[in-house]
Design a protein around this ligand. Structure first.
Ligand SMILES: Nc1nc2c(ncn2[C@@H]2O[C@H](COP(=O)(O)OP(=O)(O)OP(=O)(O)O)[C@@H](O)[C@H]2O)c(=O)[nH]1
Length: 203
């Protein structure tokens, strides 16, 4: 069994964004490429879990294994992707990353991984009081808890954190700027991130 598998979660519907947000571009690269790069730099092997309609598009652009959510849990959100990865792949630790955080860096992931010895089953950032469950390290042993939650249609990540030990890593422990955690949900978020870049360039 490998120790770390990096999993890019890209199986969402992008309803708020209006088109598959993984393929939106930022500084000449698509969003998903930033997440995959961070995973490649910090984990032993990687996989993408996406939606059946996007799989061919990913396959044209990368040699990384592309899977889709187990039909039993399809449409149930990120927890379905987490479950599918744990069911189909073998690793001691799964590093999950969403596809809509183009400012993410591998430093965040490699620092989160250093807290594996703290005894928790999940390690996620808590930045200015806000949790980031989809920039997280999850131990394979929680698979049955995730499965039970999905079967009960309890789809909130927060419910999972009430059931297994979680280690929250704070911003000062990560030593990065909070903007790195910005996720793009809507066209407005996208405009905002592009606007902030223009301001930074003109300073
Ligand atoms: N594998 C998988 N990933 C998902 C699923 N739902 C969301 N994600 C991923 O989880 C991350 C956060 O997704 P959200 O923005 O909450 O959901 P979304 O469906 O992409 O977008 P909305 O339709 O606007 O809610 C993104 O990387 C999504 O691709 C799912 O059902 N399966």
């Amino acid at each position: 069994m490998i120790e770390t598998l990096g999993v890019l979660l890209a199986g969402g519907q992008s309803r708020r964004f209006g088109s598959p947000k993984a393929f939106a571009t930022y500084k000449g690269k698509e969003f998903w490429e930033y997440s995959l790069q961070a995973l490649k730099s910090s984990t032993e092997s990687q996989a993408i879990i996406s939606h059946p309609s996007l799989i061919e598009k990913f396959k044209k652009q990368t040699n990384i294994k592309v899977l889709y959510d187990d039909p039993i849990v399809q449409g149930k959100g990120p927890l379905a992707g987490i479950y599918t990865a744990m069911k189909d792949e073998k690793a001691e630790w799964f590093v999950f990353l969403s596809c809509d955080i183009p400012l993410i860096t591998d430093k965040v992931l490699s620092t989160l991984l250093t807290y594996r010895s703290e005894g928790a089953k999940i390690i996620i950032p808590k930045i200015n009081g806000e949790l980031h469950p989809l920039i997280g390290i999850y131990h394979y042993s929680i698979q049955s808890v995730v499965e039970k939650q999905l079967l009960n249609n309890e789809l909130k990540m927060m419910s999972l954190f009430e059931k297994v030990p979680v280690y929250y890593v704070l911003q000062h422990q990560l030593g990065v700027e909070s903007k790195i955690f910005s996720n793009i949900n809507s066209p407005n978020d996208y405009v905002e991130i592009l606007k902030n870049d223009k301001i930074a360039e003109s300073d």
